[in-house]
Design a protein around this ligand. Structure first.
Ligand code: 2AM
Length: 217
């Protein structure tokens, strides 16, 4: 009967611990503040405003997307392809509710999204759905986990799914060319990739405690 069927979440993912969430948010806020003050950023302001001279308040430009997390599988309550198969994997059942430390290796932003790149351990990679990269970038050959991130904010009218797409585009750009190295900041080195895409590669990766779970909404 219907009660025996599993109810699938909107998505599976790692949910950052509340205390760490505040820490990451304030770190991102500081980064945006620093970036806004850089001459190099001012030079490319038009990427964000459409007008060269207009000011931009990045902190309000990116809207908060709620509880910080790293999506593994977007299920759309079962409507998304492969969601049932994903949920039925033994590793997903075994790890459900378990804690892990996610390694954050970079902060990135585009005129659409602000995110943190996540680098998985082999163990964490077991929870990553096959084809996540191919689905978003069919023509690129990117290693599994390339799309992994925490969305920190989206520009008005932009859906959070865009963060992973922006990240994949950035990674492809990084493979093709070096970014224009802009400056060494306290947290790491800042590079510009054109069209409003900025990457801060963290000098020391951040370990984010997180719980693997499902979001039902
Ligand atoms: P995000 O992982 O980049 O933040 C609910 O919408 C969550 O599922 C968000 O966290 C969102 O993006 C993610 N999401 C939405 N649609 C998706 C899709 N088609 N593929 C992967 N993740 C998606």
């Amino acid at each position: 009967g219907p009660l025996e069927e599993t109810c699938l979440p909107l998505f599976f993912g790692w949910f950052l611990c509340p205390a760490f969430q505040d820490k990451l948010r304030s770190m991102a806020k500081d980064f945006l503040k620093t970036l806004t003050g850089l001459e190099a950023f001012k030079k490319h302001l038009g990427d964000f405003t459409g007008e060269a001279e207009k000011e931009v308040d990045l902190e309000h430009y990116f809207q908060d997307q709620g509880r910080l997390h790293c999506t593994t599988k977007f299920c759309d309550h079962g409507k998304a392809e492969g969601s049932k198969e994903y949920a039925e994997q033994q590793v997903v059942k075994d790890r459900y509710g378990s804690m892990s430390e996610l390694m954050l290796s970079a902060l990135f932003l585009t005129p659409r999204t602000l995110g943190a790149r996540v680098s998985f351990t082999e163990e964490q990679l077991q929870l990553w759905p096959a084809g996540a990269e191919k689905e978003a970038a069919p023509d690129a050959d990117l290693p599994p986990g390339s799309r992994a991130h925490v969305t920190l904010g989206c520009a008005e009218g932009v859906e959070p799914v865009q963060t992973g797409l922006d990240l994949l585009e950035l990674i492809q750009q990084q493979q093709g060319q070096e970014g224009e190295q802009v400056q060494d900041l306290e947290l790491g080195s800042l590079a510009y990739y054109g069209k409003g895409a900025w990457v801060l590669s963290l000098r020391e990766s951040i370990l984010a405690p997180a719980c693997f779970s499902g979001f039902y909404g």
